[in-house]
Design a protein around this ligand. Structure first.
Ligand SMILES: Nc1nc2c(ncn2[C@@H]2O[C@H](COP(=O)(O)OP(=O)(O)OP(=O)(O)O)[C@@H](O)[C@H]2O)c(=O)[nH]1
Ligand SMILES: [Mg+2]
Length: 272
């Protein structure tokens, strides 16, 4: 059995990743039919490559600038009950997607990739980024009574019912919004932790970006993350549990995907 189109959407933000997308596609598990590629004005033919690799993928342009806005556009377009966010530079391994889906089917609302948990790792992270991540992670755990081990990692998956809690900046707004940049993962993590959603960490191994250059600046983006950590405290906590909205639907999908994951063919790798 394969993962069902209507159940899992993979959102892939891209900015000049034409050379890297074939590696992502090679590792994508079979049967994930909804892939949403959200491009940020690439000039290297990224969208043509994406269309070749995934003829049924939905290719969209983001509405403002930044990875956070790209994700917001992707989440708004996604139709799956489960949404997976993965990078396009070959650093995050699409073959790990079943581990994230498994964690969600096992009861988590939000499956948080971690390079610093048992069996996780990274050949990509620099010493500066590791230290920054450690410090920022510690502040979040202290302020929000969370147990994250890898705050700034961008490989995560969650049930659709988390979207109202995550409350991404509206893609339709014209002006730049807080959350449009690399602070987006921190913002999401804090919001799900504050809402009391069940978070499971999933071990993940991050490889080096294969081609091209990073879009992230450790200092300026680190400062944005720090500001996010403190600003989020002034936002009122959600008053209702988002889980109550769709328990039956979640149970149905969870049962179906639970069986899918148990089937060994689901774990076969190949272009979607
Ligand atoms: N659509 C869109 N995608 C972006 C933007 N900035 C980054 N991305 C994508 O987001 C993902 C992560 O960005 P990276 O530049 O790899 O950042 P990083 O992983 O922190 O940095 P490295 O570890 O050095 O690769 C990649 O798939 C990028 O193509 C953007 O402004 N718009
Ligand atoms: Mg990267």
């Amino acid at each position: 059995m394969r993962l069902q189109h209507r159940d899992v959407t993979v959102v892939v933000p891209t900015r000049n990743e034409a050379k890297n997308l074939p590696y992502v596609a090679k590792r994508m598990p079979d049967g994930i039919a909804e892939i949403v590629v959200v491009d940020g004005g690439s000039t290297d033919g990224t969208l043509d490559v994406a269309a070749d690799l995934w003829p049924r993928a939905r290719l969209i342009q983001q509405t403002r600038k930044g990875k956070g806005n790209a994700l917001a556009c992707g989440f708004a377009a996604a139709r799956g009950e489960i949404i997976v966010m993965i990078d396009a530079d070959g650093s995050t391994d699409a073959a790990e997607i079943p581990d994230f889906v498994q964690a969600l089917c096992d009861g988590a609302d939000f499956a948080k990739g971690s390079r610093f948990t048992y069996r996780g790792g990274s050949s990509d992270i620099t010493r500066l980024r590791r230290l920054g991540n450690l410090g920022l992670n510690g502040i979040v755990n202290y302020l929000y009574e969370a147990q994250f081990t890898d705050l700034c990692y961008g490989y995560n998956a969650f049930w659709r019912h988390c979207l109202p809690v995550i409350d991404m900046p509206d893609p339709a707004l014209a002006d730049a919004q807080w959350g449009d940049g690399f602070e987006v993962e921190t913002l999401m993590n804090i919001r799900v932790a504050r809402a009391g959603l069940r978070i499971a960490e999933v071990a993940s191994y991050e490889r080096d970006r294969i081609h091209g250059e990073s879009n992230l600046n450790a200092i300026s983006d680190g400062i944005r993350v720090l500001r996010t950590i403190f600003d989020e405290r002034s936002i009122p906590e959600p008053v209702t549990s988002p889980r109550s909205a769709t328990p039956t639907r979640v149970a149905t999908v969870r049962a179906r995907l639970g069986r899918a994951i148990a089937g060994s063919d689901n774990l076969a790798l190949g272009a979607a």
